[in-house]
Design a protein around this ligand. Structure first.
Ligand SMILES: NC(=O)c1ccc[n+]([C@@H]2O[C@H](COP(=O)([O-])OP(=O)(O)OC[C@H]3O[C@@H](n4cnc5c(N)ncnc54)[C@H](OP(=O)(O)O)[C@@H]3O)[C@@H](O)[C@H]2O)c1
Length: 246
């Protein structure tokens, strides 16, 4: 599909847009007419692939290396995106890591990394983006249905980080409402990406829907939340999981 974004394309920034759900979100927002900046930390090749795919469809995109555990890198990424595409209309905080083990063997460095990326990094990305966002803009975080339903042994700290995101979003909605900036949290269940590469068969067997979700299904909900029609929804956590959390 070829698109012709208007010269006045609205700027979007996707934190963690090089693979999986974030890549699908970046591509979907480009199809909606946004100029899309996306960050990555370890896979410049995959980030370049997403940029090339967007450009091949006639869109504008930019990849920026920025570790979400690094406050300076997050701030620099926002400034880079704004310099390229103008003030932000949309920011999606998708970057996240899943690592874990049962309680007895849980390593402190793993806990610290998940808190740094999944909680501290989410707060910093929201704070930096909101400061350079137009009034009436849209913030979306990617949480997890593990915030509302126990997952698998070893996911306790990950689930804790995603519960923190849901609460953060609910409370920040009040900070942002006077500027008509909405902030919402999408909570996927198992989605077929690199994170779940080892779990696809298990997820299909366990799922009430008998299947695993696709990144594009998450991107479609993000596109709605990022759009004009979603202006009255804020502070919400929306679970998208084929019935896992019922
Ligand atoms: N897949 C699922 O089943 C599922 C379910 C619920 C929630 N989620 C959440 O959805 C989000 C995306 O998951 P995914 O399955 O798409 O994961 P993925 O395929 O592993 O992709 C992760 C993305 O986040 C980026 N990223 C990771 N750590 C980062 C950091 N420190 N700084 C900047 N970018 C970073 C990665 O960049 P690089 O490519 O450079 O490494 C990549 O673009 C995560 O927040 C995850 O917790 C996933």
């Amino acid at each position: 599909m070829h698109i012709d974004p208007p010269a006045s394309a609205k700027a979007a920034l996707v934190f963690g847009g090089s693979r999986g759900i974030g890549a699908a979100i970046a591509r979907r927002l480009a199809r909606e007419g946004h100029a899309v900046a996306l960050t990555y930390v370890s896979r410049p090749d995959r980030a370049a692939d997403v940029v090339a795919a967007i450009e091949a469809e006639g869109g504008r995109a930019l990849a920026i290396e920025a570790d979400s555990a690094d406050a300076g890198a997050i701030a620099a990424a926002v400034e880079h995106a704004v310099a390229a595409f103008g003030p932000l209309h949309v920011a999606v905080v998708n970057a996240g890591v899943h690592d874990g083990s049962p309680l007895a063997g849980f390593r402190l460095d793993v806990l610290d990394r998940m808190l740094a990326v999944n909680v501290r990094g989410v707060f910093l990305a929201i704070q930096a983006s909101a400061a350079r966002m137009v009034d009436g803009g849209r913030l979306v975080t990617i949480g997890s249905n593990t915030a509302v339903r126990a997952g698998i042994v070893g996911s306790s700290v990950y689930a804790m980080t995603k519960s923190a995101v849901a609460t953060l979003v609910r409370e920040l909605a009040l900070d942002l409402a006077p500027r008509r900036i909405t902030i919402n949290n999408v909570q996927p269940g198992p989605i077929e990406t690199d994170i779940t590469a080892e779990l696809v068969d298990w997820a299909i067997q366990r799922s009430p829907s008998g299947r695993i979700g696709q990144p594009g299904e998450v991107a479609a909900l993000v596109a709605y939340l990022a759009g004009e029609e979603a202006g009255y929804m804020t502070g919400a956590s929306l679970t998208l999981d084929g019935g896992w959390a019922i």
